[in-house]
Design a protein around this ligand. Structure first.
Ligand code: COA
Length: 179
């Protein structure tokens, strides 16, 4: 890794907060006129990346997108608003939370329709991982998300290790390739 000055900098959650609003058009919907899940994931990825860019101030790539809850459908013509912020920064990675609301433009009803957690990794223009600034949670909610993000990271790492073991066990010869 090409270490940068990253870890000597401390940023607040507020400085990473990002927001995006989209109108849902026919191209975004399925045959029922509901927003496609993949399209919503694209919006979530973009809004999540905005928070990660604001925190790291360098290039970022999506390492993982997990815990997506699609709570209720978004309909053609709705306004979708996504809000994101960094929950916790680690060494080169950041966990970002994204929350999504849909507004029915005729009734003005606003509903929480989805939530997701993503992990972004900071890299430089040559693709080398970069240290990210530390995050300072300030409010009670920010502190709760900060602590939860560590629990999710531990869970993610355990799940990755479990999948690796399962893959090895399923490979004839325990994963060794004979040439
Ligand atoms: C994500 C990527 C940079 C990680 O590179 P790597 O060399 O395997 O990373 P490492 O194992 O050294 O881990 C680097 C960091 O990423 C985190 N990370 C790596 N894989 C992860 C995963 N699947 N989920 C969550 N975090 C992950 C590690 O925890 C580590 O965080 P830390 O430095 O804060 O402790 C690399 O796998 C990659 O480039 N993937 C493709 C990304 C991409 O194309 N995304 C879609 C388009 S943007």
């Amino acid at each position: 890794m090409n270490a940068n000055e990253g870890n000597s900098i401390v940023r607040t959650v507020a400085s990473t907060q990002s927001e995006m609003t989209e109108i849902i058009l026919p191209n975004d919907t399925n045959t029922l006129g509901h927003l496609l899940g993949g399209r919503l994931m694209h919006f979530i990825d973009l809004t999540g990346a905005m928070a990660a860019y604001r925190h790291s101030r360098t290039h970022v790539v999506t390492a993982a997108m997990d815990h997506i809850d699609f709570i209720q459908p978004v309909r053609l013509g709705d306004l979708v608003t996504l809000k994101s912020s960094v929950n916790r920064a680690f060494t080169t990675s950041m966990e970002v939370g994204v929350k999504v609301w849909a507004e029915n433009t005729r009734t003005a009803t606003i509903a929480h329709v989805a939530s997701a957690y993503l992990v972004f990794v900071a890299i430089d223009a040559e693709g080398r991982k970069q240290k990210v600034p530390q995050l300072m949670p300030e409010t009670t909610d920010e502190i709760r998300r900060y602590e939860d993000a560590l629990r999710r990271r531990i869970h993610r790492e355990a799940e990755t290790a479990r999948r690796k073991e399962a893959k090895l066990a399923a490979t004839p010869g325990g994963g060794t390739i004979e040439v």
